[in-house]
Ligand binder design. Structure first.
Ligand code: HEC
Length: 121
């Protein structure tokens, strides 16, 4: 029967939509996020700066920031050259506020932080 077939299809369709809707909650953090959280700059002073500024976004995928240690995500950024990257941090870039929230960082510290985040070392 044609009508029953349509009915069956729409019931299946509705179930599929409901299944999708139920699965719509916050997605589990990707592995890259967990990996990025485990990384710290080896230098203690730099690590302290990193923890109170850059890490709050660069270990959280939802911020849109390239994750620390995710060299694939960092490759096109690093290709811009260190001077451009430091300029973009100082001036703010996309979702990143000026100075990446480190108001007292100098250029050398920004360079070291970028190098660390791009490589994870
Ligand atoms: C409030 C969140 C936030 C903080 C804090 C933050 N960033 Fe970012 N950062 C971002 C986001 C978001 C992007 C990606 C912006 C885009 O591509 O639109 C980004 C991108 C970058 C880039 C790539 C810029 C480019 O030209 O592609 C560098 C370099 C960077 N951040 C360095 C840092 C450093 C160093 C710190 C700490 C001193 C820091 N960030 C702190 C959110 C943040």
């Amino acid at each position: 029967m044609h009508f029953q077939k349509i009915l069956a299809q729409s019931v299946i369709g509705t179930c599929l939509i409901l299944l999708c809707a139920c699965g719509d909650g916050p997605s589990p953090p990707p592995a890259a996020e967990a990996a990025s959280r485990a990384l710290q700059p080896p230098d203690a002073a730099l690590a302290a700066i990193y923890r109170r500024s850059c890490a709050s976004c660069h270990t959280v995928a939802a911020t849109g920031a390239p994750l620390t240690g995710d060299s694939t995500a960092w490759a096109p950024r690093m290709a811009k050259g260190m001077n451009t990257l430091v300029d973009n941090v100082v001036n703010g870039f996309g979702g990143m506020p000026p100075f990446g929230l480190c108001m007292d960082c100098d250029v050398a510290q920004f360079e070291a932080l970028i190098e660390f985040m791009a490589t994870g070392e």
